[in-house]
Design a protein around this ligand. Sequence first.
Ligand SMILES: Nc1ncnc2c1ncn2[C@@H]1O[C@H](COP(=O)(O)OP(=O)(O)O)[C@@H](O)[C@H]1O
Ligand SMILES: [Mg+2]
Length: 360
Amino acid sequence: MDSSVHLDNTVMQFGDFTAIQKTDLKIESGEFFSFLGPSGCGKTTILNMISGFLDPTQGDVKIGGQSMRGVPANKRPTSMIFQNLALFPLMTVSENIEFGLEVRGVSRSERKKASNRLLELVALEDSGTKKIAELSGGQKQRIAIARALAVEPQVLLLDEPLSALDLKLRQHMRTELKAIQRKTGITFIYITHDQGEALTMSDRVAVMSAGQIQQVADPITLYRDPHTAFVASFVGENNGVSGKIIEVNSAFVTLDCGPLGKLVGRAQGNLSVGQTATLFIRPEHFRLQAEDGMHSLQAEIQEVNFEGAYLTLNANTPANQALSIQLGTHQFSDALKKGAPVSLSYREQDAIVIVGADHV
Ligand SMILES: Nc1ncnc2c1ncn2[C@@H]1O[C@H](COP(=O)(O)OP(=O)(O)O)[C@@H](O)[C@H]1O
Ligand SMILES: [Mg+2]
């Protein structure tokens, strides 16, 4: 079955305010796809257009190749899990799961069969007769998934469903959600402001800012090859140093970074001499010992934090810019202390230069 979702030149305006800029995006059948972006960037608005709670101002939403124009929410092959789960507190677990089927006139015996199958899927076989209030946070989460799947949607829409859980449970539920998606094979569209969630679960991620998709890619590509300064700084931790491009040499460019000297990195897109740009270096790409071909910058240590498997240093450059550095614990020495000078080296292929000076 084709359960792809196509945002076909979709725009959403609320009065004069454009919440979603023109977007053309195809989510494949059976994909775990996430929209990642800060609060207010338009994630829920996109889900609402797919589910039918909102009609796009321009363009169309196609599910399985079919236009959804004029198709009301309850007639779409989608199911939604809300941020607050919205379970019915006075019903039992089974009644919650069966609710959507009952509304559709499915017989009692068929409903029972479906809820038993779904309870098994979410590993809560023995909980059918429990009241919602008797469940833990993680169990409620799984019941919300079972209830959404009961109506056999082609597309499951999830609006920050883990945000109410504590950290440990949230991390555990990531693995469970991914496993459930694999077992059912349906398209999952997941929205979150938490990059860890998006990166661990998704086949592909769309990074959004202010109503606009900045980049769509698989998690590793997003991390290694951010296309914009926003993506470079929103996905994972990053250090951005700004400067002016003074040399372009095939895939590499040299920036004049004032008091930090001349620094080299991999070019993102077509860059030219004279442009203002930002050189991004991830904390884990700094080394204390320079090897052949590495570039270095000087800083002063502000803070050393021991995190177990690794160390983090906060350092300040002569231009008073804060840098974050991550080192293996084996690199610890007494010389690493507040106020000490430190030479930070990196390989040019690990730094990426993106045009523009602004980043988050
Ligand atoms: N019904 C509405 N009327 C007017 N503005 C809205 C409406 N829904 C959302 N917005 C605005 O659209 C923007 C995106 O909102 P939303 O999609 O909820 O963001 P997110 O889910 O990413 O936090 C926000 O600025 C929000 O205030
Ligand atoms: Mg939202």
